[in-house]
Design a protein around this ligand. Sequence first.
Ligand code: SAM
Length: 267
Amino acid sequence: MISNINYVKKILGDLKAKKKFGQNFLIDENVVDKIARIACDERYKTIEIGPGLGALTEKLLIYSNSVDAYEIDKDMFERLSSSIDDERLNIYLQDFLDTDLSIYTDKVNICGNLPYYVTTPILFKIIESDLDINKITIMVQKEVGDRIVSKADDEEYGALSVEIQYLYDVKMEMNVSRSVFYPSPNVDSVIISLTPNRKIDKDIEKGFFEFVKNCFRMRRKTLYNNLKDIYVQEKIENMYLVLNIDKNIRAQQLPLNEFINIYRILV
Ligand code: SAM
């Protein structure tokens, strides 16, 4: 098993885990197996982001139709290429942010134990692509996971929560202790899954996302104050009346369906 700590140390040899690529390798087979079971479906290909030494990759291959893995680091790419021999696996030496996702026309699952510094751009790349996604299962820093699944009135609730929940059913799947990584990171992690929940209209979506960002522009201000310089005054007044919303309310207090209602009236 690639997730075995002795294997990881042996295959790394003189090589050090690279901080600049966020390298922390999973060393607990049970955890890896659980993640792969959540992420995969044997009918579909799984796209893996950042396979590293391949701990997750070898499990993804068990539960998926096939795996395409994108790795930025040549050292990892070389080690992975020589340790897993399976014709259902394609490994690409490539920054996932530079990949052309339009090559995928069939439904896919996406999985990754992501480097924390690049989580948000990677998520937005996937969400804004035309991929036909069955499910996204990713490991993220606990704070980011909390933000993604948070609801109105939660402290972490913001534009990212609203935008993702507009497109996906989000689920906090499991906590992952820092002790199951080598080297051990100084943050806790969680696994979250995102399942598409609506047919997406790219044009409506773009406008809606911009609107949501405007609502949260100044977090401490009321929604009214955030909207008043951007939308026509009459429309705003009318919206408060029609939806019977308190003028003192802040964006952070609004559930997703209210954002949709307001957007439909204002824009
Ligand atoms: N999946 C392995 C595991 O769970 O043991 C490694 C996870 S490690 C946290 C993140 C991996 O992503 C590293 O192998 C790193 O080199 C790779 N990586 C970092 N940035 C990347 C990017 N932009 N595109 C593709 N891979 C990247």
